[in-house]
Each structure stands twice: as structure tokens, then as C-alpha cells.
Design a protein around this ligand. Structure first.
Ligand code: NCD
Length: 318
């Protein structure tokens, strides 16, 4: 079987990203019209979540359901990993159990690449440590495109705990590849020291970082990954970096306020920012289903208009 992996955004071509977003958008229309979206090929897919998840896991399950794939959930607790089996041996075991694709979330950066080496079928990275979360970025891109028409030329401020965020990295790569201006905004302690390797500029002051922004993407303070002392106190963080009705005025009047969830309500954003007219948080959740449908079909090679899209991409590059 010929297949692809979806391990990250960094190694995707802009034409791949455009194809995935187009596929997701078309799945959304078809599901909303109540059409049959069954995949031409049926597969048994393993969902391996070694970290907590609500949105990502459920939307992968929903995506598989709309496509007619079968899902097997794997919980590390209660598996042989609790007896000391390694990740590599676990992945190989699932291969010989004849699972055909794995969706994996794991706390170690690079774990999805390891799985891809030993599985022998498509791996979809559902978040590996602080590294990448490609389907989140694709869903966010679909949401922005729906609201703003296109990604190119937009000013996007990614605000908060960039250091620990795979969402920030995948979104940074995707948005810059698609022609947006990316700004990483946050306290010095929460921006990576090697930010020069990232596709965007660093801003330590919130108001200048979000000035004129078309999109503000808030990030959760990831306390579970934090060493002591990276933020003085939650109160100080709120005072200096919270997106609320006062600070949002520095961005464009019609700016979008995004958040991948889960939210620390009242910390990185207040109720007005989270639930008000600028917020796209609910759209992001819904769109997560359709990008994950696109991801499944893309890794299995079921790209309906591949030839026409390839020629469009080639023409676009000239
Ligand atoms: C994010 C994650 O797990 O990386 N959540 C998500 O997938 N929607 C962000 C986070 O945990 O803060």
C-alpha cells in the first residue's frame, strides 16, 4: 500500500497544505448537507493517546466515523507498557495486530517519527511533546480562511506559552509557509531561546505584539510542562499578557481571537474574549473534525482531485 505520514507541518509543501485545507472544507460542506462521506477504502485505525485529550481524540473518532473507518482505542494504562514494554515494541505489536494506521499523542518530542520508523503504515501525529501538532494547525488554518478569505498577508500574533507549545510551532510553520506574518508574543521566559530558528518575530510586550493583528492566537500556560519559576505568578501573567476587552483594542477591529483549548479561563483570556464576537474557539473545535477527515484520506492516498490539484500547484509555483 502506498501511503503518507502526517508528522508535522514543517516538512509539508504549501501545495500539500492547500490540498488538505481544500479537502477539509469540502468534507465540511458534504457533512453539513448530509451527504454520504464514506471513504473508498476502509481501514482499521489505532488511536494511541499517552497524554490527556478531549477535542483531538473525539474529533479523530468523529472523522473516522464519517469516513466509515473502524477505530481501536489504545490506553497505555492497562496495556503491556505498564509492564515495561517500550514504545518501539508497542508500535511493532500494533503493526502485527494489523492496525493499518496510527494516530498518536505522546509527551516526547519526536515520538511520532519513531512510530513512523517501526509501524509500516500511515502515522498521524496528534501532538508530540513540544514539537508539532499538525492537525490543530490545519484546523486553525481552515477557520482563519473561512473568516478572512485567505491566509496570505495576514498579521498573526501567537501569544503566551510558546516555549511549551506544539500548537505554536505547527501554526508558525503553516502560517508563514502560506504567506502570513507571524509574531510570537510572550514573556522572555516563555519564548524559546532559539526563536531565530522559528518562522516569526519575537515580541516581549503584549500591546506592541498584537498591534494591528488580524488574528490573535492565545496559548494555554502549560503548567504540566513547566519548570518552577517561569512565570512570576498567574496574577502577573494576567496583568501583562491577558487578552481581554482592554487589550484587544490594540489589534484590528475585526480581529479573530483563537485558542486551541483547553482554556485557563480568566488567565490567558477573559470571558469576553473567549465567548464574545471575536472568538472562533467553537469554530476551531468543529473544524477539527473536517481536517482530521482530510488527514485520514490524505495519508491513505484518497485525494479525490490529486491530478488537477497537482497541476494547479505546479502552475502556482512558476
Ligand atoms: C493543545 C495540545 O494538546 O497541544 N490542545 C489541543 O490539542 N487542542 C494545546 C494545549 O494543551 O494547551
Amino acid at each position: 500500500m502506498s501511503y503518507r505520514n502526517l508528522l508535522g507541518i514543517r516538512n509539508l509543501e504549501p501545495s500539500d497544505i492547500a490540498t488538505l485545507i481544500q479537502m477539509a472544507s469540502s468534507f465540511k460542506e458534504r457533512v453539513n448537507r448530509g451527504e454520504n462521506t464514506a471513504s473508498p477504502t476502509k481501514h482499521v485505525i489505532g488511536l494511541l493517546f499517552f497524554e490527556g485529550s478531549t477535542r483531538t481524540r473525539v474529533s479523530f473518532e468523529q472523522a473516522a466515523h464519517y469516513l466509515g473507518h473502524k477505530v481501536t482505542n489504545f490506553a497505555s494504562q492497562g496495556s503491556s507498557m505498564s509492564k515495561g514494554e517500550t514504545l518501539k515494541d508497542t508500535i511493532e505489536t500494533l503493526r502485527y495486530e494489523r492496525l493499518e494506521s496510527l494516530v498518536m499523542r505522546h509527551p516526547a518530542s519526536g515520538s511520532a517519527h519513531l512510530a513512523a520508523r517501526f509501524f509500516g503504515g500511515p502515522i498521524i501525529n496528534a501532538g508530540d511533546g513540544q514539537h508539532e501538532h499538525p492537525t490543530q494547525a490545519l484546523g486553525d488554518a481552515l477557520t482563519i480562511s473561512e473568516k478572512k478569505g485567505s491566509l496570505s498577508g495576514l498579521r498573526v500574533a501567537i501569544v503566551g506559552d510558546v516555549l511549551h507549545s506544539r500548537v505554536a510551532r505547527s501554526n508558525g510553520w503553516l502560517l508563514s509557509k502560506m504567506g502570513a506574518e507571524v509574531r510570537f508574543v510572550g514573556p522572555r521566559t516563555l519564548l524559546p531561546s532559539n526563536l531565530s530558528l522559528f518562522p516569526g518575530t519575537a515580541h516581549y510586550d503584549l500591546l506592541s505584539g498584537i498591534e494591528g493583528a488580524d488574528v490573535i492566537m492565545c496559548l494555554r500556560l502549560q503548567r504540566e510542562r513547566m519548570r518552577q519559576g517561569l512565570v512570576g505568578s498567574e496574577g502577573e501573567y494576567r496583568r501583562l499578557y491577558q487578552i481581554n476587552s482592554r487589550t484587544i483594542r490594540y489589534a484590528e477591529r475585526d480581529c479573530l481571537v483563537m485558542h486551541p483549548g483547553p482554556i485557563n479561563r480568566g488567565v490567558e483570556l477573559d470571558d469576553i474574549a473567549a465567548d464574545g464576537a471575536h472568538s472562533t474557539i467553537r469554530n476551531q473545535i468543529e473544524n477539527g473534525i473536517f481536517v482530521r477527515m482530510a488527514a485520514f484520506e490524505w495519508v491513505f492516498g484518497n485525494v479525490p482531485t490529486a491530478s488537477s490539484q497537482k497541476s494547479t500547484a505546479k502552475r502556482g509555483k512558476k
